[in-house]
Design a protein around this ligand. Sequence first.
Ligand SMILES: [Zn+2]
Length: 108
Amino acid sequence: MSDLTPLEAAEMLEFLSRHFLVKDYINLPGYKEAVGYAASLLRAIAAGEYKRVKHAHWTGRTLVNGEYHFTCSHCQYGCSHGKSKTPIWDYCPNCGYSMEEKDDGHDG
Ligand SMILES: [Zn+2]
């Protein structure tokens, strides 16, 4: 990981584009748009518009009073997913982690 902050990276990219890369790449289709887009995303990150998504997965499956319960691999919060044998929540309602991480294969 770079020591540059997102804002410093945006400013460096724009500086390089203006002063060094322009004469070699200015005529490439999409070059100016790509640099502008990358810099705008870096500035949005610097402004706090994006947060790093933290991933976990549902683990364990227990049947409690006719409903399937799964446990968050990050915070160990357990909750009902109703009658579904597979998890229906795509995030943990306790810690907020996204449940896009691959499971450990021990949920069945
Ligand atoms: Zn959780």
